[in-house]
Design a protein around this ligand. Structure first.
Ligand code: PMP
Length: 411
């Protein structure tokens, strides 16, 4: 089947927006295929952060002076952009965090922990990132609750019938990734939320890998919590978001204590701000929020439908092209996948593959991708992973394929 380029996006124009793509690595043009670990930043994001520090920098919310008011306005405007991006009913439901990991830990401590008892269950899936495993494990160890894992098949697809059976009244939360960073599987999260809702089980969606690749609508998904990170979606590190239903946020106790999250403090007792302030103790990453707002503007200027189509074309091309390399075996062959090509090359260790292709300027990731149970499932020590972003080209996939041929030639 011929693969046609998506004419809605001009990849050369997009590439010009990302200064780092001009770099050379080991004397070769950089081929950046590690977007699932962290995306590169467009000039619009870099300039938004630079502009904030040059022109508006001050602490937020507490100041009467002009800079403080401007900084507050910038920070709150970013929150409103993010709410629009995920179609949240209100920006007050969007809590700024350090990233997906902190968003999940916040839900673990403030939503689940207060009522979790021995024998209760928390349900996750086999393909979760460590950040959607370990917080639940810690809670279970503390309370005697049980962590249950929804199995997957050898293509890397969740077994939905089993999931439905596991959704009993003992389950206090289902936490599931929308897109697997290790396999690229796109989980049917909307269907999963419907199943959970029938049993009255709240759902947390780890959207870290979804927000850069496809349009997200938390109302259409009908989940309870949605977590994501700025740096995966072309924004800064150290900033992320927890979206939660207003009713949950209202009922949840604070996660951390400190400035900003209070209404009144005395030595006898403190009262707390309404959400989202209640969950944003201390001075937040103001410039990070501004940068994330700029990343949202940038993605929306491309159109998330166009982004998803473009990456689907690259994925189809990459799957076809790399499959022609001797000894290439794709790990993760779900019917519905996003831009992740996890693979092994014969019996060559993934770290050797990654090190050698780097000499050709190609950046891929190797290892367990913070999802050790996934590599264990496939009985592998590690995989190599090429992951795609809006700036990647068909030619870059050809360069990876050539580099893999050179790896084969060395063994
Ligand atoms: N979940 C998934 C699916 C991820 O890919 C990642 C990052 N690799 C995380 C969670 C954690 O994100 P962060 O490190 O930004 O908190």
């Amino acid at each position: 089947m011929p693969i046609t380029a998506n004419d809605k996006l001009d990849v050369h124009k997009i590439r010009a927006d990302f200064p780092i793509l001009q770099r050379r690595v080991h004397g070769k043009p950089l081929v950046y295929l590690d977007t699932a670990a962290s995306a590169q930043r467009p000039l619009a994001v870099i300039e938004a952060i630079d502009g904030f520090y040059r022109n508006h920098n001050a602490n937020i919310h507490r100041g009467v002076h002009t800079l403080s008011q401007e900084a507050t306005e910038d920070y709150e405007q970013a929150r409103a952009k993010i709410a629009g991006f995920i179609n949240a009913p209100s920006k007050l439901e969007c809590v700024f965090t350090r990233g997906t990991t902190e968003s999940i830990n916040l839900v673990a401590h403030s939503f689940v922990r207060p009522s979790l008892k021995a024998g209760d269950e928390i349900l996750i899936s086999w393909m979760e990132h460590h950040s959607n495993i370990v917080p639940w494990q810690l809670l279970c160890e503390e309370t005697g609750a049980i962590l249950k894992v929804v199995p997957m098949n050898t293509r890397g697809e969740l077994e939905l019938d089993t999931l439905a059976e596991m959704l009993t009244e003992r389950v206090k939360l289902l936490a599931v990734g929308q897109i697997s960073n290790a396999l690229g599987t796109v989980n049917p999260v909307s269907e999963i939320c419907t199943l959970a809702k029938q049993q009255g089980v709240p759902v947390l969606v780890d959207g870290a890998q979804a927000t850069p690749h496809q349009a997200v609508d938390v109302q259409a998904l009908d989940c309870d919590f949605y977590c994501f990170s700025g740096h995966k979606m072309y924004g800064p590190t150290g900033i992320g978001v927890l979206w939660a239903r207003a009713g949950h946020l209202q009922a949840m106790p604070p996660y951390q204590g400190g400035g900003e999250m209070i209404r009144h403090v005395s030595f006898e007792k403190s009262t707390f701000n309404d959400a989202p302030g209640k969950f944003e103790a201390g001075t937040p990453n103001i410039a990070g929020a501004v940068g994330l707002g700029a990343a949202v503007d940038y993605l929306q200027s491309l159109g998330m439908g166009n982004v998803a189509r473009r990456e689907a074309e690259l994925l189809a091309y990459g799957t076809q092209k790399l499959s022609q390399v001797d000894g290439f075996r794709m790990i993760g062959t779900a019917a519905h996948k996003a831009g992740v090509l996890s693979f092994v090359l014969g019996d060559i260790h993934a770290n050797d593959v990654g090190t050698i292709v780097d000499l050709h300027g190609v950046a891929i990731r190797t290892g367990h991708h913070c999802a050790m149970p996934v590599v264990q499932f496939f009985d592998l020590p590690a995989t190599a992973r090429a992951s795609l972003g809006i700036y990647n080209t068909f030619e870059e996939i050809d360069i990876l394929a050539d580099a893999l041929e050179k790896v084969l030639g060395m063994f």
